[in-house]
Design a protein around this ligand. Structure first.
Ligand SMILES: *[C@@H]1O[C@H](CO)[C@@H](O)[C@H](O)[C@H]1NC(C)=O
Ligand SMILES: *[C@@H]1O[C@H](CO)[C@@H](O)[C@H](O)[C@H]1NC(C)=O
Ligand SMILES: *[C@@H]1O[C@H](CO)[C@@H](O)[C@H](O)[C@H]1NC(C)=O
Length: 777
């Protein structure tokens, strides 16, 4: 279409005016209850001295039915007659404030970027709860700054992703803290407390006021995106009560009970036939009643529509609407509830009370965020400005997280660290000159962009780069050219692995090998290089790199995950010895034949009768490329058990509860029968000594495991009990005191999904040291 010149000019000037209005509007954050508006004095919901439940009830009572229905979706319109602005429930902040949801914009205001931390799977590899908390604090601060600057339409962030990284092929495993329920739960708690403005220890939120709102997702047993034609929108996860109880649910329970998350998201998939968002037992029974959840529950985007369209769980849209509202879901990411709630009401499938219940939760969270307290610039967090985004401290923290996450997987003959006097380097590989690959997914624009190439050049000016492959999928490799580049250099660094083209939301992998010609390229370059080469692997999910592990011409291997805005710098610091690597794998690295296991099989426990190998370090009984917790350092660390306060734990003396016997003849106590006080009294301490006997200072995560002497079909091979990261100077020692709680750490689920403590001998394990003890029930 061709526009007449005059009209064009008018249109352009209109556009200019529109833009101007837009900009002037966007410099002020949206809020209700402006004290300069006389009307607001008459509203009880504006009276900040009243309790939030009362204010929320007052507000909901003032709404017409159409206004009520309009608020049940993520893009909630304003209600001008009550001076309530529009609200956007959907914002993202997985590893930094992101514009991956519609709630946040980095345009039209003072803030154009935010600190981009490593993708969560790498941050998890630091096994450092304090670091996780500090990162989350920064995310909360930058989120507030974005809001105060008028660039946020909401303050509800849909992170963290705390599903268990159950299968190595999962495209979104990168977003999670890995495969262990304890680690994942601790990560959830640290993230939620940091983002919401709570203290590290928790319990400090003033009047429930939130700095920003965190949301634990995806509830529950969601860890398949799209594998060989099975997709998350129609997947029916068959999950045993046992696996739910000690694998899938514990992170969500921690997130709610200890983290006090103000949001949860119900997942797309069904669990044992019931779509999560329509599952009253899950949302109301488990989350709200059993775990005391008080926040809001959102659907994943379009998760209500798919209940009918994909799962075929109900016949009409109104039935889907009724099911989710009755189940306890509050807000629909999508438009289904806006479109079909009225007719559901007319068809008497729901009552207005059920709508009010949801609205009460929704407005309570908006009130806790301070959005109904008048001008937020005058309130708590109101002074957080754009100068608190991408500060030096925040960016240093992104660097610290990348440094402490990166995992050294191989370092033959101490090839690393390289001398800073190295005269020439060759950098080869499709991830070598791409800053974007380091951001993973659900990212915002980073404060800085530094490619690996640029970071290496700051150490060795004479660094030549060759991409080696056409792309990360490496459908074509320029092997001869890469080999020639390699031959000319003192040392060769290969930047290989995965990217979002290989693993992402809605794309699970179907193999565990490196993409395309990568392996051939690496091997050819290693053969041609003057010295053993250094292989750097990007990616969230594990790769079977046995060929490299056993090839003496590949001297060192590092896994860098998706290391965030400072990842290239951190890698260079590690290669040249300015930082001593200490990260440890938060996931098992399986061999490539693991793909014979259907990704759709949710069972954690092995089934010897069918050859099913089980999943994760807790239950998988097959060969591993690298085990959970694996990670080297430039130092060597040794451990000892200094003191364990009890060698026999008489649970029977601590509780009046009767023990029972399992079908395989082991006595046990049910944790739910033991009082909180008895659980408290049963705790004992284990003091572990750690020594850095190397020549470099280092930060080292210490992992304390437990194993049962006699394994049976219910019990894991071993289980993480506690972990802590400790900084040690070269040649120095320290002691860490861990608290072991039999109820929490020495229990496992039985087939009925009850957590039980079995009688018998156990061992505490740290590194190569074991300490025996006994449980008597
Ligand atoms: C809801 O209605 C709007 C407007 O008619 C339409 O664009 C949208 O697709 C509908 N959404 C659903 C999920 O039916
Ligand atoms: C390989 O990646 C490139 C760049 O992303 C893309 O254009 C191409 O389609 C991919 N090839 C295959 C076979 O996936
Ligand atoms: C617990 O009871 C056993 C006997 O059942 C006894 O030998 C032991 O001393 C008691 N332990 C404690 C700590 O009371």
């Amino acid at each position: 279409m061709k526009l007449h010149g005059g009209i064009l000019t008018i249109l352009l000037s209109l556009l200019f005016i529109a833009e101007f209005i837009c900009i002037s509007e966007s410099t002020q954050p949206p809020f209700s209850c402006d004290t300069s508006n006389p009307q607001s004095h008459s509203f009880k919901f504006c009276q900040t001295n009243l309790p939030i439940p009362l204010r929320a009830r007052d507000l909901v009572s003032r709404l017409t039915i159409d206004e009520k229905i309009s608020q049940l979706v993520n893009t909630a319109p304003g209600i001008p007659r009550l001076s309530i602005p529009a609200y956007q429930w959907w914002s993202e902040a997985l590893h930094g404030v992101a514009d991956a949801g519609p709630g946040i914009t980095f345009q039209g205001g003072a803030i154009h970027s935010a600190t981009s931390f490593p993708q969560v799977i790498l941050t998890a590899a630091s096994f450092d709860q304090k670091l996780w908390y500090r990162i989350a604090q920064v995310i909360g601060t930058e989120a507030r700054a974005v809001y105060n600057g008028g660039q946020a339409k909401g303050m509800t962030f849909w992170a963290p992703n705390i599903n268990i990284f159950r299968d190595p092929r999962w495209g979104r495993g990168q977003e999670t803290p890995g495969e262990d329920p304890l680690v994942t739960g601790k990560y959830a708690v640290a993230y939620v407390r940091g983002v919401q403005g709570d203290s590290f220890q928790g319990g400090m939120l003033t009047h429930g006021q939130l700095k920003a709102s965190a949301c634990c997702k995806h509830f529950t047993a969601y860890d398949l995106d799209n594998w060989k034609g099975t997709d998350r929108f129609s997947f029916n996860a068959q999950v045993t009560k046992q696996d739910l109880a000690d694998t899938y649910q514990p992170p969500f329970r921690s997130c709610i009970q200890e983290g006090r998350a103000s949001g949860i998201m119900c997942a797309y998939n069904r669990v044992n036939g019931v779509p999560n968002c329509a599952d009253r037992n899950l949302l109301t029974g488990t989350a709200r009643q059993q775990w005391g959840f008080h926040g809001y529950i959102t659907s994943d985007c379009d998760a209500v529509a798919i209940i009918r369209d994909n799962h075929k769980y109900v016949k009409t849209p109104e039935e889907a609407v009724a099911d989710v509202l009755k189940a306890g879901m509050d807000v629909d990411c999508g438009s289904y509830l806006a479109n079909y709630t009225k007719s559901a009401l007319q068809q008497k499938k729901i009552t207005e009370t059920e709508i009010d219940r949801a609205l009460h939760n929704l407005f309570s969270v908006r009130m806790r965020l301070g959005l109904f307290n008048g001008n937020p610039n005058k309130l708590l967090y109101g002074n957080i400005g754009s100068n608190q985004v991408c500060t030096k401290e925040h960016q240093d923290l992104a660097l610290e997280a990348a440094r402490n996450g990166i995992v050294l997987l191989k370092n033959s003959a101490r090839l690393l660290p390289l001398s800073k006097k190295t005269s020439s380097l060759a950098l080869i590989g499709p991830n070598g000159n791409n800053a974007n690959v380091m951001l993973g997914n659900y990212n915002g624009p980073p404060c800085i962009s530094v490619e690996v190439l640029k970071a290496l050049k700051s150490y060795v000016q004479n660094t030549v780069f060759h991409q080696g492959c056409n792309a990360v999928n490496c459908t074509y490799a320029a092997i001869n050219d890469a080999v020639n580049t390699a031959k000319g250099a003192d040392y060769v660094v290969l930047a290989m692995g995965l990217d979002q083209g290989e693993e992402r939301e809605y794309l699970d992998r179907v193999t565990l090998t490196l993409p395309g010609q990568q392996e051939s390229l690496i091997t050819a370059v290693a053969n041609a290089a003057k010295k053993p080469v250094i292989l750097v692997l990007f990616g969230g999910g594990p790769v079977d790199i046995s060929f490299a592990k056993y090839n003496p011409k590949i001297g060192s291997i590092l896994w860098v995950g998706y290391p965030g805005q400072a990842g290239g710098i951190a890698l260079a610091e590690i290669l040249f010895g300015d930082h001593n690597p200490g990260g440890r794998l938060p996931i098992t690295w399986y061999p490539k034949d693991f793909i014979k296991v259907p990704m759709t099989d949710m069972r954690m426990r092995a089934d010897p009768s069918s050859g099913y190998p089980g999943r994760t370090y807790r239950f998988y009984n097959g060969k591993k490329v690298f085990p959970f917790g694996y990670g080297l350092s430039y130092s060597t660390y040794s451990y000892s058990f200094v003191h364990v306060s009890q060698s026999s734990i008489y649970m029977r003396n601590l509780t009046a509860t009767q023990s029972a016997e399992t079908s395989y003849g082991v006595r046990y106590l049910s944790v739910s029968d033991i009082s909180t006080e008895s659980c408290e009294n049963a705790k004992f301490s284990a003091v572990v000594g750690v020594e850095n006997s190397g020549e470099m200072a280092g930060k080292h995560p210490v992992l304390l495991f437990m194993r049962q002497e006699k394994l049976n079909s219910d019990t894991p091979a071993k289980q993480l009990v506690a972990f802590e990261s400790i900084s040690l100077e070269a040649g120095s020692k320290a002691e860490i005191e861990f608290t072991v709680s039999p109820c929490d750490h020495l229990s496992n689920a039985n087939e009925e999904g009850l957590m039980v403590i079995e009688e018998g001998s156990r061992f505490l394990i740290v590194g190569d040291k074991e300490y025996p003890f006994n449980i008597v029930v």
